[in-house]
Design a protein around this ligand. Structure first.
Ligand code: FE2
Ligand code: FE2
Length: 368
């Protein structure tokens, strides 16, 4: 088998099982996305903010998403701070104001309390209700102690205008890779701060307790009513070597499968990304800090890849997005970036599936 993507095979099997995939067709998605890209050019708005408009009959509202700010202390590096500040400023200036803000994790770069404090101070400028889920960069210096005190610990849930929202913790249940190797907290954190997480292993996951919690939380929710699940990592197997997944995604899907309108909105991948499995759609949001490359195995077939970004322009490749959910529960969304061409017109423009140009360096574990 070539570099086949097991997740798509799984999805295809699920399609075969259910006959049709509820939700957006590829054609609908592409036309929507391209229209959105065109609209984005005119706006020139602040990167990193994702505006999510939801409309269910008379009930329509919006909320904002910011994630992956990866803040360093200002004394060390202000490049990411500047972009986070602009994103936050834009949320502040939204009219009408969004109902709430979701912060999707990786507020800090190295879990330093100073970084988390800086993030909290910046986000304090936003007066609307804020909900937080952590990223791995927020967690592995002190195992979530500072994060928990400042922002509380997921999972959490709330209902808003006919939608059940769920916030997950996909980062704290990693296997213990540090005790046997006598790592310091900083060394433990250091392994989390790399794209190649081979020392930390398959750290992304919900764990049995949280899976049980999610099943219980959904048990009284009608199957035809919408559910939106926030997670730092994508809730499917996209690219495990970079923890672009949760390791127990099959169990996640078992729980979510009966619900007809499930949207997963996630961070961590720092790139334009879209996938559908069964009745769940997953939307990868942009970072405010930087873009990751697409993995060498390519992207989900429903993803229209973003164009390769200019490495000389620190504001390239980050952006904000707008998501609309009509009464059918189907999600249409837009990415907006500070660039003219958001979507790649050909494979060479995106670098995805372009294996000659995308060769992984040896994993940390494989190096001498
Ligand atoms: Fe991140
Ligand atoms: Fe992350």
């Amino acid at each position: 088998m070539s570099r086949d993507r097991r997740e798509w095979k799984t999805r295809d099997r699920e399609r075969e099982g259910s006959g049709t995939v509820p939700g957006m067709s590829r054609r609908t998605f592409i036309s929507g996305a391209l229209a959105a890209g065109a609209a984005a050019i005119g706006h020139g708005l602040i990167p990193g903010i994702s505006i999510i408009d939801l409309a269910y009959g008379a009930e329509s509202f919006s909320f904002a998403w910011i994630s992956d700010t990866h803040l360093y202390p200002k004394t060390l590096n202000t490049r990411f701070v500047e972009k986070a500040e602009r994103a936050i400023n834009d949320v502040k200036n939204m009219k009408p104001a969004p109902d709430f803000l979701i912060f999707g994790g990786d507020l800090a770069q190295l879990g330093d309390p100073k970084e988390l404090q800086l993030g909290a101070e910046l986000l304090d400028q936003i007066s609307i209700k804020k909900h937080f889920i952590p990223g791995e960069h927020d967690w592995y210096l002190d195992m979530g102690e500072t994060w928990g005190k400042m922002f509380g610990k997921p999972p959490w849930t709330f209902d808003h205008k006919g939608i059940r929202f769920i916030g997950l913790d996909t980062v704290s249940r990693g296997p213990d890779y540090w005790t046997a190797k006598k790592m310091t907290p900083a060394e433990r954190m250091g392994h989390m701060a790399t794209l190649d997480g081979s020392v930390a292993g398959p750290w992304a996951g919900l764990g049995p307790e949280q899976l049980q919690w999610m099943a219980a939380t959904l048990s009284n929710w009608p199957k035809d009513k919408p559910v939106i699940v926030f997670s730092h990592n994508p809730l499917y197997e996209y690219y495990p070597p970079w923890n672009f997944w949760v390791r127990d995604w099959r169990q996640v899907h078992e729980i979510l499968r009966p619900y007809q309108h499930v949207t997963n909105i996630h961070g961590h991948t720092h790139q334009v990304l879209y996938n559908e499995i069964g009745s769940m759609r997953s939307i990868g949001m942009l970072a405010t800090s930087w873009t990751w490359p697409y993995p060498p195995e390519g992207v989900p077939v429903l993803t229209i890849p973003m164009v390769r970004v200019d490495p000389g322009d620190q504001f390239d490749g980050v952006g904000w997005g707008k998501i609309n959910v009509p009464s059918s529960g189907k999600v249409a969304y837009e990415y907006m970036m500070w660039r003219k061409d958001v979507y790649a017109q050909s494979q060479v423009d995106s670098g995805t599936g372009d294996n000659d140009n995308q060769v992984l360096s040896p994993r940390v574990a494989d190096r001498p």
